[in-house]
Design a protein around this ligand. Structure first.
Ligand code: GCO
Ligand code: MG
Length: 405
């Protein structure tokens, strides 16, 4: 029996941070959940969905996931971009959730079944200086993580990416009416980053996987220099070394260093990342299973990567909701060239709204047998946390020029 979409609602809630959630209900009474959170631009996606997509969904066959994806992508005429693709991604996740629940199976079963038993995961560590970073590292190792991203303050700069200037955990967006400002100077960073990474490697020993995110800050030749300088540290990856718009240039970086390169969290379609992949300039492709159009599309990106030994490593900061995280893990179980999942963790209040079925132990996540994506969303709890304006920071160089963030 064909089940049709009878309602679709967009819910904005802020349990510790803003999340945009799409709820789709079918004529069989099946509820599917999708995530549509674009950090710092939440209301744009909510409007795109509520004003332009929801009216198109009512009455459609809920089981036709690929057809709905193609329809939403091609019928808009205006293509790609984070707002459009996150909205399509939210619909896609909700429809996979519905299909799984309707058939009584977790989504990974529909993607071909498990090719692995558990999902390697990395988390974030941060400190204003190396001593504080070591404490943060110790805490995450204690929690069981065996792969960690390390970010530290840069002497001479007050506020930098990945570090809370008041100490403690880092959260990219800050609740405020204006975008907070950070500092940047590539020379100061390059002077200290290699020593910081060396010291952390000596501290954790050879077996812990270490990752580092440059957050699009360097010029190509600076990136090449950094890669060379830290080769002996044995990083699992160096992320976003240059602004991603110039895809060809990573080829240059690669000619100078064997440090594995990861990139792609800001990109939303296969067309936006294909050059990195086809020129074999990277080792990990980091597209997010929601921001890049949902499971239906990211699967294609990862399959393209698989032709060249490039591994999928989906974006997983606190700014994509547990619905996206669960979808990522469903893909992680079924996708052969899945490399690692980012898991930054969530504010405690988020647990009041989202209930997940994935569990963590010894550096890996495992999925249970809950049908669909395996996430529940408590609409009553969500009402307790109204939207609060929040912005990502941006960075200025020491001379006042706006830098890449
Ligand atoms: C990462 C990212 C994030 C982004 C954030 C922006 O690798 O997890 O760089 O921390 O900065 O998602 O909203
Ligand atoms: Mg990143």
């Amino acid at each position: 029996m064909t089940q049709r979409i009878t309602s679709a609602d967009v819910i904005i809630t802020s349990p510790g941070r803003n999340y945009v959630t799409l709820k789709i209900v079918t004529s069989d009474g099946v509820v599917g959940w999708g995530d549509a959170t674009v950090n710092g631009r939440e209301l744009a996606v909510a409007s795109y969905l509520a004003d332009h997509v929801v009216p198109l969904l009512i009455g459609r066959e809920a089981d036709r996931i690929e057809d709905t994806w193609q329809f939403l992508y091609r019928s808009a005429y205006w293509r790609r971009g984070p707002v459009t693709m996150a909205a399509i991604g939210a619909v896609d996740l909700a429809l996979w959730d519905i299909k799984g629940k309707s058939l009584g199976v977790p989504v990974y079963q529909l993607l071909g079944g498990a090719v692995r038993d558990r999902i390697l995961t990395y988390t974030h560590t941060t400190g204003r200086d190396i001593a504080e970073l070591k404490e943060s590292v110790a805490e995450k190792l204690e929690a069981g993580f065996r792969a960690i991203r390390v970010q530290s303050g840069v002497p001479g700069l007050n506020r930098v990416y990945g570090v809370n200037d008041r100490g403690g955990a880092y959260e990219p967006a800050q609740r405020s009416a204006v975008a907070p400002e950070e500092d940047w100077d590539s020379d100061l960073y390059l002077k200290t980053a290699p020593a910081m990474l060396e010291e952390i490697r000596a501290h954790v020993g050879p077996d812990i996987k270490l990752l580092h995110d440059v957050h699009h800050r360097l010029t190509p030749i600076q990136a090449a220099r950094l890669g060379k300088a830290i080769e002996h540290v044995g990083l699992f990856w160096l992320e976003d070394v240059t602004p991603g718009e110039n895809q060809e240039i990573l080829h240059l970086v690669r000619q100078h260093t064997t440090v594995p390169l990861a990139i792609g969290e800001v990109f939303n379609t296969i067309w936006d990342v294909k050059d990195f992949i086809l020129t074999q300039s990277i080792d990990f492709i980091r597209t997010c299973v929601m921001h890049a159009g949902g499971l239906s599309h990211v699967r294609k990106i990862f399959d393209l990567g698989d032709l060249y030994g490039i591994q999928g490593a989906p974006h997983g900061p606190s700014d994509v909701s547990p619905i996206t995280m669960a979808a990522s893990m469903q893909l992680g179980l079924a996708q052969r060239n899945f490399g690692i999942q980012e898991y930054m963790g969530y504010p405690d209040l988020a647990k009041d709204v989202f209930t997940t079925s994935y569990t963590f132990a010894d550096g890996y996540f495992t999925l249970g047998d809950a049908p669909g994506l395996g996430v529940d969303f408590d609409e009553e709890a969500a009402k307790k946390y109204p939207y609060e304006a929040a912005y990502l920071p941006y960075a200025r160089r020491l001379d006042g020029t706006v830098a890449d963030w």
